[in-house]
Write a protein that binds this ligand. Sequence first.
Ligand SMILES: [Zn+2]
Length: 320
Amino acid sequence: MPAKELFPLPDFPRDLPEFERRFGDEAACAVYLRAQRWPQGFRCPACGHDRGWTNHRQAVECGSCGHQVSLTAGTVMHGTRQPLQLWFRAMWWVCTQKTGLSAAGLKRILGLGSMQTAWTWLQKLRQAMVRLEREPLQGRVEVDEAWLAGDRPGKGEGWRTARVAVAVEVDPGDGEMGRIRLLDITRAPDRLMLGFVRQEIFPRALIQTDSWPGFDHLAPEGYRRVRLTDTDDPAHPLPLVRRIVTLVRRWLLGTHQGRVARRHLQGYLDEFVFRFNRRKSPQIGLLFQRLISQGAMVQGRPYRFWAKHEGSGKARPGIR
Ligand SMILES: [Zn+2]
């Protein structure tokens, strides 16, 4: 049997009309969420029984011992008091908008009560996006660091001060870009760059780099290396890295109007990677399904976590 039939496409809405038809009430969302959360079928965490029914409080109740599992507990929607429908809509719009959504945009589309809620929801969804990016890059990969602001670091404490590691798969045929990875390495550029390569790039890859001697540490681990330039200045990154940095910068300045705190930057980078790596996907609904299925396995962090994340604890993080 061909592999295609062993792994059929999952169940997902094809377009907006189908999405709206399908998820018009809480019960329909609950059915879908349950299927995404237990793709092999429900299994009671208390007794292991495999039958349960979804009750009116959006919990699955074990048919044997009566144990109840909230459908949203332990997911990106953990602790929410908002309807599933609203969350589904948030995930749909985040996946299907070519440039994503700002907190203000999400608030408007969903009619949410506050910017704080909208911003926190986006951060939670970004948590689920990063988990989708586990398969390391391979083949020929351009790796470099760059100032996100361009030729030099910007002032203040926003994203413009960030130094990012960028990895881009290079198509050996036409030199076009494949998948990418991004990491904020401002805190400890050298150490974080090496960790980034180890984590995100398959050891048999051929990495195209600048002249930074730190990359020599990777040779014993199987990475082969080609130097493309004689400098290791983050103001002059390699060409594909430069293109990616330009796109990221435009996205932060456009969709997010430049209002991104450095301490929250990584979430934005994760979202950019999520969307960029699926830019050629013909099925936007498939992104939605992947986000829900991954979001069912990641517990969303509450606003108070983000608010005090890495220090200064501004009242409205990310919306400065
Ligand atoms: Zn049970």
